[in-house]
Design a protein. Structure first.
Length: 84
């Protein structure tokens, strides 16, 4: 609940600051964010995370598929038992 409240507060604060500051300030903030994003240190971490995800995604997909099949089998069995 606290996280939701902070999120809504952040949205409201962003809206208020955005409307008061106008387009010029928005462009300044955007330029600053792009500068940070393009920093080689940030991009190095982005690359590290991308590689990690590429390595782990197949395992995760396999586990998710297995879990879904297990749940589906459980649901089918419980429906069959109820109908008897």
């Amino acid at each position: 609940m606290r996280g939701k409240i902070l999120f809504v507060f952040g949205l409201a604060l962003g809206y208020v600051l955005g409307t008061r500051a106008g387009r010029e300030r928005y462009e300044q903030i955007k330029a600053g964010a792009e500068k940070v994003w393009m920093d080689p240190r940030v991009q190095e971490q982005v690359h590290t995370v991308e590689e990690f995800v590429k390595d782990k995604a197949p395992d995760l997909a396999e586990k998710a598929t297995s879990a879904v099949k297990k749940v589906a089998g459980t649901v089918r069995n419980s429906r069959g038992e109820q109908g008897s």
